[in-house]
Design a protein around this ligand. Structure first.
Ligand code: SF4
Ligand code: SF4
Length: 83
């Protein structure tokens, strides 16, 4: 299975304002504050994906108030066997 077939989420560090809405909304709890204790250009400790557990549900995308801060990449549709 290639990486394209695994749902994942990406946060753009400098667009995140660390409101935690995505963290609280993610059922599998796969979004966390960055563990580097680093701050972005806006002065916020941005959110990162733990790297596992994302189902591609998209809830984090819809609750995020910052345009472009978070993107969800869903699993590619599985090819169905023909005939
Ligand atoms: S897409 Fe769903 S499972 Fe994945 S990080 Fe966002 S809220 Fe969590
Ligand atoms: S909802 Fe958006 S702005 Fe808020 S912490 Fe998550 S990615 Fe950052």
């Amino acid at each position: 299975m290639s990486d394209n077939n695994v749902p994942r989420v990406e946060v753009v560090p400098n667009l995140c304002k660390a409101c935690q809405r995505c963290v609280e909304a993610c059922a599998p709890a796969c979004l966390v504050t960055n563990t580097d204790r680093a701050f972005n250009e806006l002065g916020y400790q941005w959110i990162v994906y733990t790297g596992h557990g994302c189902t591609g549900c998209g809830v984090c995308f819809y609750v995020c108030p910052e345009p472009g801060a978070i993107a969800v990449y869903k699993r590619e549709r599985e090819k169905k066997a023909v005939e």
